[in-house]
Design a protein around this ligand. Structure first.
Ligand code: BG6
Length: 490
């Protein structure tokens, strides 16, 4: 069933995220008949545009960034239902105009519309927009369901995240707040839940007795993509680890939920995040490495060093690579290292989870060749698949063993392309389904893992370790490995 009749209000409706991701996602939902039958879109922004110009930008964004070539009829219908309110996010008159617009649209369709306010703006506006929505009666739920979707970053420190939660909770109930982490919208991330909890195969092994280590890598080949203004104030740890990779860790390490329902799952994830041992200041070097890309070449293209990128201040010490060894201090996971690593300008784009099992206790095949511990590898993107590495006998008269791989690939198993993360997340927000959004306590628990590292890095005056663009990151990343462990090649 399509979601109920709704109006989606995108604050920052002509910004980068809206153009690249949100508007194309809306088109793809429309294309598949997954938008509500009665659906209206309102863009709100301080860019001075008329309605026609906004509609033109919407069509242009879809043509440029949609995963499908747009069908003129579907696009035409989406564009015809799009409206624009011009005004500052902190300016009361913007909200008076927005109210009037929504009421007018409700009159047009002849019924109340569920309201989803999507905050795709600079983070400093999140608090003020929510407060303005409250003051103008746009956060109330008596008339129609009303929700607010909040983009990342949710705060830039633990204190800020806490303060933002407090501010928005003065206006909204937790059930109305949908904090985005777009990794949760990815099919492959949701599939971690399916693989773990719908199969008998993995769960008996999923503990400290059988798992030697877990490795989560999110490598990117891209650099700053013109985002120096944001990225230099953020760095790899805040940009990708605090949110996306800790979510992946939580899903991997959580206990089985009693139901596939928002609060059951989120409660289990929070327990994991709270169990991550804070890294003591004096042991930071054993647990955390930061790097920064130098010049190099990727796929034949010569690229500049981070410090030579336009917009990066000369004094910058921002990390573009981070690697951590974390421990989840629970009955299930005590002693198992969880390695997490991310970086820009690495050799290629790759997001994967590798679970390495303990070696067999006794190997009866003498001289049969080296046997490596089994690994279960979940490639989350781009070439989405799951692989299990096993030892097998090489055909022939002797007993020679060799590693082989058992593979399940999404492309060949399902013969369909996966929807983009934002398609799933927008549909869920329109439906009021919060499972793939993060709860207040969850975001704060994520921050409490990261903040001690940020504090240490912020005060030690060290420069991140340099790595060549196109490499697998700084050599120093090996420093945090337990003896016998190794980083997988990217
Ligand atoms: C975003 C970060 O949250 O995630 C970007 O701000 C990063 O810096 C992006 O490139 C990665 O997302 P994906 O879906 O391409 O893995």
């Amino acid at each position: 069933l399509p979601p109920p009749s709704s109006v989606l209000v995108i604050f920052g409706g002509v910004g980068d995220l809206a153009r690249r991701k949100l508007l194309p996602a809306l088109y793809n939902l429309a294309h598949e008949g997954n938008l509500p039958e009665r659906f209206r879109l309102i863009g709100v922004s301080h860019t001075d545009l008329g309605e026609d110009a906004f509609r033109e930008q919407l069509a242009e964004a879809v043509r440029r960034f949609s995963r499908r070539t747009p069908d003129p009829e579907v696009l035409g219908a989406l564009v015809a239902g799009a409206h624009y309110v011009h005004g500052g996010f902190e300016d009361g008159t913007t909200y008076t105009a927005l109210c009037a617009r929504i009421e007018q649209l409700e009159e047009e369709v002849g019924q109340p519309l569920a309201r989803v306010h999507y905050l795709s703006t600079a983070p400093r506006f999140f608090g003020p927009i929510v407060e303005q929505l409250g003051e103008h009666g746009l956060a109330r739920t008596e008339h129609a369901p009303t929700r607010v979707v909040i983009e990342k970053p949710f705060g830039t420190t633990q204190d800020e995240a806490h303060e933002l939660n407090r501010r928005i909770r003065e206006v909204l109930d937790e059930e109305q707040i949908f904090r985005i982490d777009h990794y949760l919208g990815k099919e492959t991330v949701q599939n971690l839940l399916a693989l773990r909890f719908a199969n008998g195969l993995f769960e008996p092994l999923w503990n400290r007795t059988h798992v030697a280590s877990v490795q989560i890598t999110s490598a990117e080949a891209v650099g700053l993509e013109g985002r120096a203004g944001y990225y230099d104030g953020s760095g790899a740890l805040r940009d990708l680890v605090q949110n996306h990779l800790l979510q992946v860790l939580a899903i991997l390490a959580m206990e089985p939920p009693t139901a596939f329902a928002a609060d059951d799952i989120r409660t289990e994830k929070v327990k994991v995040l709270r169990a991550v041992e804070p890294i003591p200041r004096d042991r930071m070097a054993e647990h955390a490495v930061r790097g920064r890309y130098g010049a190099g070449s990727i796929g034949g293209e010569v690229v500049p060093a981070y410090r030579d990128e336009p917009g990066v201040p000369e004094t910058s010490r921002t990390e573009t690579f981070a690697a951590l060894r974390l421990h989840v201090d629970t009955w299930r996971w005590a002693g198992v290292p969880f390695y997490i690593r991310t970086g820009k300008r690495l050799s290629r784009k790759l997001t994967e989870v590798a679970v390495t099992l303990q070696p067999v206790p006794h190997l009866a095949f003498e001289g049969a060749g080296a046997v490596q511990p089994n690994q279960i590898i979940f490639t989350l993107q781009p070439d989405e698949h799951v692989a299990i590495k096993l030892a097998a006998k090489v055909p022939g008269s002797g007993m020679h063993l060799r590693p082989v791989t058992m593979d399940f690939s999404y492309g060949t198993a399902f013969l369909s392309t996966s929807p983009e993360a934002y398609e799933r997340l927008i549909t869920d927000a329109l439906r009021g389904e919060a499972l793939l959004f993060t709860r207040a306590d969850e975001v704060e628990a994520q921050w409490s893992v990261i903040q001690p590292i940020l504090d240490a890095w912020g005060t030690d005056h060290a420069t991140p370790d340099e790595y060549a663009s196109g490499s697998d990151g700084p050599r120093s990343q090996a420093r945090i490995l337990r003896p016998g462990d190794a980083w997988r090649a990217i």
